[in-house]
Design a binder for this molecule. Structure first.
Ligand code: ADP
Ligand code: MG
Length: 382
């Protein structure tokens, strides 16, 4: 069944991803109800209705189920039981099964290994014995990552020697973790893929990602990697979506190693920060695609219209008193698009917005992106 404009869509989570979904859905004539406990939720502010309640709040969930034609999520940490309960009453995409695998690194990595996808060598850590045994087997350097609720490099510690190990696990509060081998990365790439309820898949152009302090900093499209890597990434992302029987938009992060070798890092069951370039550079952006997949519409064209560089804007570039960066450095460029997420408070490491630079010459726009970012960071006014 197709849900057409005029229908009502539910969104679990009201951060920037929910906000950009809300903009896409409302642009197309849908109503959007956002569930998020934060009263100043970036998506809630633009939604038709904002339910300010927890993801397990029975009254809010009943209201959503009763009012919405279909429900999606922007946030992998929505309890899988919430999705299961809603799915009994209403269309929910992606389904609880896919989300429950991707919200837990132990399940996610085990799923990837069992399905034959290449991952870094890893082990499940639940006791200190597990950790010593895994370090013997995997070797050093290794990265210990909490199994649940890690993001933007949070909940991870690199282990350089055996003595680090106990402290590392202590610092992660001895939660269930995975230990994985720290790989020599040539670069990182990601792929956003959409899969429709009938199994049709639409794949976006491969993105090259540069991280800083574990947080995505810059995304470059087209990615400067071989055609072979691009082909492998596309094939793996599409196969992962099939194996998860995924319906909706998801992203796969990959590590690129020497010798054209590709390793899957993680899966996000939602649109992805590295896919924000699609807003300005593709026929259909990843949020419209999320609306289309959710509503059972044909998937939109993923074609790239122009080379593009996306730069994240973190709270770090706001001044102590909350004064914003000198936007004129950016707005003076006719080929730069600014996106701000409406977050009230700029905190260190918090994603406040991004900008995209468009142009025919990739090396030129990379350099413009870097200059503008540096100018905003240094707060130099011309
Ligand atoms: P998050 O959920 O915080 O995005 P990731 O597992 O993607 O967690 O790790 C964040 C970043 O840390 C990666 O994009 C990569 O730059 C680096 N990283 C993570 N795991 C490894 C690894 N096994 N080897 C080398 N670098 C890694
Ligand atoms: Mg990641």
């Amino acid at each position: 069944m197709r849900i057409l404009p005029g229908g009502t869509l539910g969104m679990l989570g009201g951060g920037q991803l929910g906000r950009m979904f809300t903009i896409a859905a409302r642009t197309m004539g849908y109503n959007v109800i956002v569930l998020d406990p934060d009263p100043s939720s970036p998506a809630g502010e633009l939604a038709t209705d904002h339910l300010c309640a927890d993801y397990t709040d029975a009254t809010a969930l009943e209201y959503l189920a009763k009012t919405c034609d279909a429900i999606s999520t922007e946030f992998e940490n929505v309890p899988a039981q919430t999705l299961e309960w809603l799915a009994g009453k209403c269309i929910v995409r992606p389904g609880a099964h896919a989300v429950s695998i991707t919200q837990d690194r132990i399940h996610e990595k085990s799923f990837l290994r069992d399905q034959g996808f290449p991952t870094a060598a890893f082990a499940t850590i639940k006791t200190s014995q597990d950790l010593s045994a895994a370090l013997q087997q995997i070797g050093i350097p290794a990265i210990l990552k909490v199994s649940r609720f890690g993001y933007d490099g949070k909940g991870q510690v690199t282990i350089h020697n055996q003595n680090d190990a106990a402290n590392a696990w202590q610092s992660l509060k001895q939660e269930a973790c995975v230990l994985e081998s720290q790989l020599p990365l040539q670069t990182e790439v990601s792929v956003v893929v959409a899969r429709s309820f009938d199994g049709t898949v639409a794949i976006y152009p491969i993105v090259e990602n540069l991280h800083r302090n574990g947080i995505l900093d810059i995304s470059i499209v087209p990615a400067r990697v071989s055609a072979e890597i691009q082909q492998q990434a596309r094939a793996m992302a599409s196969a992962i979506a099939d194996k998860l029987d995924y319906v909706g938009v998801m992203a796969v992060e990959f590590f690129v190693l020497a010798g054209n070798k590709l390793v899957v890092n993680e899966i996000a069951p939602r649109p992805h920060n590295s896919g924000h370039y699609t807003l300005d550079a593709c026929v259909t952006d990843q949020f419209e695609q999320q609306v289309r997949a959710l509503c059972g519409l044909p998937l939109g064209d993923t074609q790239l219209l122009s080379p593009v560089v996306m730069v994240n804007l973190l709270g770090d570039i706001w001044q102590q008193d909350g004064h914003p960066p000198a936007w004129e450095h950016l707005l003076n460029h006719p080929n730069i698009k600014l996106h701000l997420y409406g977050k009230r408070e700029a905190r260190h490491g918090r994603k406040m917005g991004h900008f995209s630079v468009l142009g025919d010459n990739l090396e030129e726009i990379i350099s413009v992106a870097q200059q503008v970012k540096a100018a905003l960071t240094n707060q130099q006014r011309h």
